[in-house]
Ligand binder design. Structure first.
Ligand code: 13P
Ligand code: SF4
Length: 302
């Protein structure tokens, strides 16, 4: 069976749209109607008039799509595709923090569960984190940034400011060894280093450019650089190579692979679309509060 053809037929029949994150396998990226970073995919999910959203990514992304567009059927091809960072903060721990710090605004990275989002004042992604953090700091608010310590520390350093930061991280980015980048720079002296802000500061200090997956991709297109050392999950290199056939991309380390992002296969997409299985639902009382925090992000991102 030609799975790609069958998926196309089902998509038309069922008025479905396929969204995929840059960390997905190549063949999944290639069948997607929209490919993007967390912010772009959330914005598309919020606005689509399709009946079904097949979200090729991880659980929090599909959950975000459902919260933003609750009347749509949102399907996650592999239900066990979670996010290690999202698991590093529980609603009960965040509730405890809020009780101890009643005046602090909670800014939560989109890589979090719906229950954690529901306890937050505003959500952010790697694209808009600095802007949103500064929006609150400019109003003299005390803030907690959770759960990613690295993006929080990066924002503190960039803005020369200080605020509370949760101690979560993405293990894939967090354990990237700066010695690897230094060795790669020796091997490829003309290459530019591009890094995701989920990396530690000692990596970001070595980078020529820091940004979300989409911002990194855009940078590779706009930059005069012909070679890049890529410090984020390996999937994004497929999109970079497609957009820049004349440029070279070197993954900073073979450890930069997110197993959760790699579960999804064409067969999974086909099966879940055909049978409309793996639906994502969010309890109404959580969804309403999480949507307020997500809407705040979309408003501040304009
Ligand atoms: P982006 O929003 O930059 O695509 O990041 C998502 C993610 O999970 C990074 O690890
Ligand atoms: Fe989560 Fe890290 Fe995978 Fe992104 S790369 S989905 S932060 S575990």
């Amino acid at each position: 069976m030609d799975l790609i053809k069958e998926i196309e037929v089902l998509k038309k029949e069922k008025k479905a749209v396929i969204l995929a994150h840059y960390y997905q396998e190549k063949e999944i990226q290639d069948i997607a109607d929209y490919l993007g970073d967390s912010l772009k995919l959330a914005q598309i999910a919020a606005q689509t008039d399709a009946e079904i959203i097949v979200f090729c990514g991880v659980h929090f992304m599909a959950e975000t799509a459902k919260i933003l567009n609750p009347t749509k059927k949102v399907l996650l091809p592999v239900l066990k595709a979670g996010c290690k960072m999202a698991d590093m903060i529980s609603p009960s721990a965040l509730k405890r923090y809020k009780e101890e710090h009643p005046d602090t605004k909670i800014i939560t990275y989109v890589n979090s569960t719906a229950s954690v989002k529901a306890l937050s004042d505003c959500i952010c992604t790697s694209t808009n984190a600095l802007k949103i953090i500064h929006h609150y700091l400019d109003q003299n608010e005390k803030i907690l940034y959770c759960p990613d310590q690295n993006l929080g520390k990066y924002a503190m350093k960039e803005g020369n400011v200080s605020f509370d930061v949760w101690d979560g991280c993405c293990p894939i980015h967090h354990f990237l060894d700066p010695k690897k980048i230094i060795a790669m720079k020796k091997k490829y002296p003309n290459a530019c280093v591009i890094a995701h802000p989920e990396c530690k500061l000692d990596i970001l200090d070595l980078a020529d450019y820091v940004g979300s997956t989409k911002q990194m991709l855009d940078y590779t297109i706009q930059s005069d650089c012909k070679e890049f050392i890529v410090c984020t999950e390996k999937g994004v290199i497929h999109a970079m190579e497609k957009a820049n056939p004349d440029k070279k991309f070197y993954l900073a380390s073979p450890t930069l692979s997110c197993s959760n992002m790699k579960y999804t296969t064409l067969e999974d997409v086909y099966q879940c679309l055909k049978n409309e299985t793996n639906q994502i639902d969010v309890p109404a009382e959580i969804a309403v509060k999480a949507k307020q925090a997500l809407d705040k992000m979309l408003e501040l991102s304009k």
